[in-house]
Design a protein around this ligand. Structure first.
Ligand SMILES: NC(=O)c1ccc[n+]([C@@H]2O[C@H](COP(=O)([O-])OP(=O)(O)OC[C@H]3O[C@@H](n4cnc5c(N)ncnc54)[C@H](OP(=O)(O)O)[C@@H]3O)[C@@H](O)[C@H]2O)c1
Length: 262
C-alpha cells in the first residue's frame, strides 16, 4: 500500500512499452520517478511530459543494463544526487527468437545480464535500504513465460523462470516486513518486444495482444495490493496454471509449435 509521504520510484526500461505505462501509473499516484534506459532522448521527452502533467519530480538516468558494472554505478550516482529509492521496478528486458545453438551466444548472455543479473544486482543495492526504513517494495516484470519452458526462445523463458522463483522467494522472506515484492507476468503485449526479439513471424505473433497500458494498470494495482503474482488477462491466467493439469512433455511440444515460424 502507498504511504502518505512522497515516495521515489526507480523504473528500468521506462523509455517504452510496459515500463513507460508503469511510470504513468506511479506518476498518476503522485510518486516521484527515476527513469532508467539507454535512450536518453526518449527518456528526456517522457520526463518532461510527466513533470508537466502530474507535477512530480522526475530524474533521468541513461544506463546500459547489459553491463555488469551498471547497477553499482546507478546506486552511486543516485546517492550522489541525494536520492533514496523507495520502490524498485525491474522492467527492462528483451527476448530473442531462434534456436539456442544458432543465436549469437554473446547476445544471449547479454539477455541474462539484463533480464536476470542486473535485476538481482539492483534489488541487492536497494532492498537493504527499504528494509532499514521499513518502507517500499519491488515490482519485477517477469512473464507468463516464467511458468513454462520455451523452445525457440529457450534462454528468454529461462530468464523469466528465474525472475518468478526469485520474486516469490523474496516475497516470502519479507512477509513479516512492510516491504512487498510482486512478479508481474504479462502474456503477449503490444510493445516493441517482438521487433527486438524478431518473433514477429511466429505463430505466437498472431495471438491477441493486450495493451501495455492495461498490463501496467493491472500490475500496478496488484503491486499496491501486495500480491505475490500478477497475471493480466484470462488466457494468460490459464497458461500459468496449465502445468498443473497437462504433462510437461505436452506443454513443451505445444509451446515449441507456438513459438515456431508461421
Ligand atoms: N511485450 C510482451 O509481449 C511481453 C510479454 C511478457 C513480458 N514482457 C516483459 O516486459 C518488459 C518490458 O518489455 P516491453 O514489452 O515493454 O518491450 P519494449 O517496449 O521493447 O521495452 C523494453 C525496455 O527495456 C529497455 N532495455 C532493453 N535493453 C536494455 C539495456 N541493455 N539497458 C537498459 N534498458 C534496456 C528498453 O529501453 P532502451 O532501448 O531505451 O534501453 C525499453 O525501455 C521486459 O522485461 C519483457 O521481457 C513483455
Amino acid at each position: 500500500m502507498k504511504t502518505a509521504t512522497t515516495e521515489t520510484v526507480h523504473i528500468t526500461g521506462a523509455s517504452s512499452g510496459i515500463g513507460l505505462e508503469l511510470a504513468k501509473c506511479f506518476a498518476a499516484d503522485k510518486s516521484d520517478l527515476i527513469l532508467v534506459a539507454r535512450n536518453t532522448e526518449a527518456l528526456g521527452k517522457i520526463a518532461e511530459e510527466l513533470r508537466r502533467e502530474y507535477k512530480i519530480k522526475v530524474n533521468v538516468l541513461t544506463a546500459d543494463l547489459s553491463l555488469s558494472e551498471t547497477p553499482e554505478q546507478i546506486f552511486t550516482e543516485l546517492k550522489g544526487r541525494g536520492l533514496t529509492v523507495d520502490v524498485l521496478v525491474n522492467n527492462a528486458g528483451f527476448g530473442l527468437h531462434g534456436e539456442f545453438a544458432e543465436l549469437p551466444l554473446a547476445r544471449q548472455l547479454e539477455m541474462i545480464q539484463v533480464n536476470v543479473a542486473s535485476l538481482v544486482a539492483l534489488t541487492g543495492q536497494f532492498l537493504p535500504g527499504m528494509i532499514k526504513r521499513q518502507r517500499g517494495g519491488v515490482l519485477n516484470v517477469g512473464s507468463v513465460a516464467g511458468f513454462i519452458p520455451g523452445p525457440h526462445m529457450a534462454v528468454y523463458y529461462a530468464t523469466k523462470a528465474f525472475v518468478m522463483s526469485f520474486s516469490e522467494a523474496l516475497h516470502e522472506e519479507l512477509r513479516s516486513t512492510r516491504i512487498t515484492v510482486t512478479d508481474l507476468c504479462p502474456g503477449p503485449t503490444e510493445t516493441n518486444f517482438s521487433q527486438v526479439a524478431r518473433s514477429h513471424r511466429t505463430r505466437k505473433s498472431q495471438a491477441k495482444k493486450m495493451s501495455a497500458q492495461m498490463v501496467a494498470e493491472i500490475g500496478y494495482q496488484n503491486f499496491r495490493q501486495a500480491k505475490c503474482f500478477s497475471v493480466p488477462g484470462w488466457s494468460n491466467k490459464l497458461l500459468a496454471i496449465a502445468p498443473k493439469f497437462l504433462p510437461r512433455a505436452i506443454i513443451r511440444r505445444l509451446v515449441g509449435k507456438y513459438n515456431d515460424l508461421k
